[in-house]
Design a protein around this ligand. Structure first.
Ligand SMILES: CC(C)(COP(=O)(O)OP(=O)(O)OC[C@H]1O[C@@H](n2cnc3c(N)ncnc32)[C@H](O)[C@@H]1OP(=O)(O)O)[C@@H](O)C(=O)NCCC(=O)NCCS
Length: 197
C-alpha cells in the first residue's frame, strides 16, 4: 500500500500568536494552529492547540494535552498531562445523508478555565463548562458541570471533594490534618505545578 504524498507543514503554524518568552520544549513535537499563547507559558511535547483557543500568561500545559477550538484558558493555569477538552456535546462525523460534516454543520461550544485553576492528568472537560478561579480538578476526572472557585473536584462525573484553601500553608485545616492512611508521597501545594512538562 502506498502512502499518499502529504505536504509537510511546520507544527507551529504561522497564524499562531506567541507572547514573550513562551517556552515550547520540543517545537517539532507539538501541533499548534490559529491559537494564542501569552507570555511565559510553557508547553510540553505532543500538545495540540487548535484555532480560536487561547492560553493565558504563565500557564503550564503538560505533555499530551489537547486544547480544542473554543477553549479559553486564563493566566497562571496548570494543565496536567493528557488533559482532553471537548467542544461538541453531540459530535457526528457525517450529516443525515451520509456526507461529511463541515464546519457549517455544527457549533463550537466554548469552555472557560479561570485564572490559577489546575487540572490533573488525564482529566476530560466537557464542552461548555467553566472551571473556577484556583479550582483543582483531580486526575482522571470527567468534568460535566461548572466548578466553583477554589473547589477541588474528582471522579466520574466530577464531584466536589474539598477546597484548595484548606490545603494552603497556614490554614488551620492544613496545619491540623486528622490521622489518615499514609500519604502516597510528598505533596506540593495545590496548583504549584512541579516541573514535569
Ligand atoms: C484530587 C486530589 C487533589 C485530591 O487530593 P487530596 O485532597 O490530598 O485527597 P486525598 O488523597 O486525601 O483523597 C480524598 C478522597 O478523594 C479520593 N480521590 C483523591 N483523588 C482522586 C481522584 N483523582 N479521582 C477520584 N477520587 C479521588 C480519595 O480516594 C479519597 O477518597 P476516600 O476518602 O473515599 O478514601 C488529588 O488526588 C489529585 O488527583 N491531584 C491531581 C494530581 C495530578 O494530576 N497532577 C498532575 C501533575 S503531574
Amino acid at each position: 500500500m502506498s502512502v499518499p504524498y502529504r505536504r509537510v507543514q511546520m507544527p507551529i503554524a504561522s497564524d499562531v500568536t506567541l507572547g514573550q518568552n513562551v517556552r515550547i520544549f520540543q517545537p517539532e513535537l507539538v501541533n499548534l494552529c490559529g491559537c494564542s499563547i501569552a507570555d511565559e507559558t510553557r508547553i510540553g511535547a505532543f500538545v495540540e492547540i487548535q484555532k480560536n483557543a487561547s492560553v493565558g500568561a504563565r500557564c503550564k500545559i503538560s505533555s499530551h494535552t489537547f486544547i480544542c477550538e473554543g477553549v479559553i484558558i486564563e493566566d497562571e493555569v496548570f494543565i496536567g498531562h493528557g488533559v482532553m477538552f471537548t467542544n461538541d456535546i453531540y459530535p457526528r462525523a457525517v450529516k443525515e445523508d451520509g456526507t461529511l460534516q463541515s464546519e457549517a454543520d455544527w457549533t463550537v461550544v466554548k469552555t472557560l478555565v479561570k485564572r490559577r485553576a489546575a487540572i490533573g492528568s488525564n482529566a476530560s472537560v466537557m464542552a461548555g463548562v467553566t472551571i473556577g478561579e484556583s479550582a483543582l480538578v483531580g486526575a482522571g476526572a470527567v468534568v460535566t458541570r461548572d466548578v466553583a472557585d477554589y473547589s477541588i473536584v474528582a471522579g466520574v462525573p466530577a464531584r466536589v471533594i474539598g477546597d484548595v484553601r484548606e490545603h494552603r500553608e497556614g490554614h488551620p485545616v492544613a496545619n491540623n490534618t486528622p490521622a489518615r492512611l499514609p500519604r502516597r508521597g510528598p505533596r506540593s501545594a495545590p496548583g504549584s505545578g512541579q516541573d514535569c512538562a
